[in-house]
Design a protein around this ligand. Structure first.
Ligand code: FAD
Ligand code: MG
Length: 303
């Protein structure tokens, strides 16, 4: 399979995922005039949010606009090719890698960069999914400021709600809905009180209007924004197919990488962005991506 591919399907590096991490990984490889293929399914994690924050030079811009600028700047380099598709199979053979996409094509490369991100497993609460990224958030630094110091509800789905509830008083007046999912210890309760957090023990039935919390007893408490912590899982199958090791973070597993080169435990396979860290952001994905791209490039030279 690997030897019979046409030259146009053989690359120095294939980058899986063409969002912030993947684009940033492809750029240094492209600038070294290496033949790079980006395969991207086009489903970024932050696609639900109208604006993106905390990325120097891009604060307040639409997530899609940042990615589109990155893509057009990358595609100006002549050694880069792009395929809009989903990678379904990645295999290693004889010092190279083969990646197949849903359309049926197979591409080969000497190095792989995994930048496929994660998928959010949203907490199962009526009204939450359709408000995700608009009225319900997980990252205070990303979307807390825009709530204008208003009423913030923290919806507990487990003990991580304590962290949210302790943080969020810097962004507004916080009500912690323990929701029969989290019972604060006495010292946690004291800490929450010291931060001015109000606790509501009646379970949450659903979210209505923009960000109004309806409780099991029928009361409706209007909020300006809500925070909830779910779990995440790998967006793409390649890391598992290739046998990469994973680490366990508070929200889910992520691909283990060398901190300097971003190489995974499988030689020649690099990983960056949300797929390769416990908790991510656009800026961190971009930084990781550059490291992975440089790591992949230098590994082509020095081994
Ligand atoms: P992603 O941006 O998720 O991109 C992964 C890419 O890989 C996607 O294009 C996907 O389609 C592709 N892909 C996946 N599987 C495959 C496959 N098998 N084959 C081909 N392609 C594949 N961060 C901030 O810094 N500021 C914010 O304001 C902010 N707001 C957020 C709002 C919400 C609602 C959420 C959920 C997250 C937010 N984040 C924010 C976090 C941010 O979205 C992520 O940290 C960032 O997107 C990570 O970039 P990435 O390139 O690693 O992954
Ligand atoms: Mg990416």
């Amino acid at each position: 399979m690997l030897t019979t591919e046409s030259p146009s399907r053989a690359f120095d590096a294939i980058v899986l995922g063409g969002s912030y991490a993947g684009l940033s990984a492809a750029l240094p490889l492209a600038r070294a005039r290496r033949r790079v293929l980006v395969i991207d399914a086009g489903v970024r994690r932050n696609r639900f949010a109208a604006t993106s924050h905390n990325f120097l030079g891009q604060d307040g811009r639409a997530p899609a606009a940042i990615a589109a600028d990155g893509r057009s700047q990358l595609m100006a380099y002549p050694t880069v090719q792009w395929v809009d598709d989903t990678a379904v199979q990645a295999t290693a053979a004889a010092g190279a890698f083969a990646v197949s996409v849903t359309a049926g094509d197979t591409f080969t490369a000497r190095r792989l960069v995994l930048a496929t991100g994660v998928v959010d497993d949203l907490p199962p609460l009526e009204g939450l999914a359709e408000r995700w990224g608009r009225h319900v958030f997980h990252c205070p630094y990303c979307h807390g400021y825009e709530l204008d110091q208003g009423r913030i509800g923290v919806l507990a789905f487990g003990p991580l709600a304590f962290h949210h509830a302790m943080m969020l008083p810097d962004w507004g007046q916080v009500t912690l809905f323990t929701n029969a999912a989290f019972e604060p210890e006495p010292e946690q309760r004291a800490a929450l009180t010291a931060r001015g957090v109000v606790t509501e023990a009646v379970p949450v039935r659903r979210i209505v209007d923009a960000a109004t919390v309806e409780l099991a007893d029928g009361r409706q408490l209007p909020m300006d924004g809500l925070f909830a912590m779910g779990r995440t899982h790998m967006a793409g199958p390649a890391a598992e197919q290739l046998g990469c090791a994973f680490d366990e973070g508070p929200m889910g597993t992520f691909i283990r990488t060398d901190p300097l080169t971003k190489e995974t435990t499988v030689p020649g396979v690099f990983a960056c962005g949300d797929a390769a860290r416990a908790a991510g952001s656009v800026a961190l994905a971009a930084g990781d991506g550059v490291m992975a791209g440089v790591g992949a490039h230098q590994s082509l030279i020095f081994r």
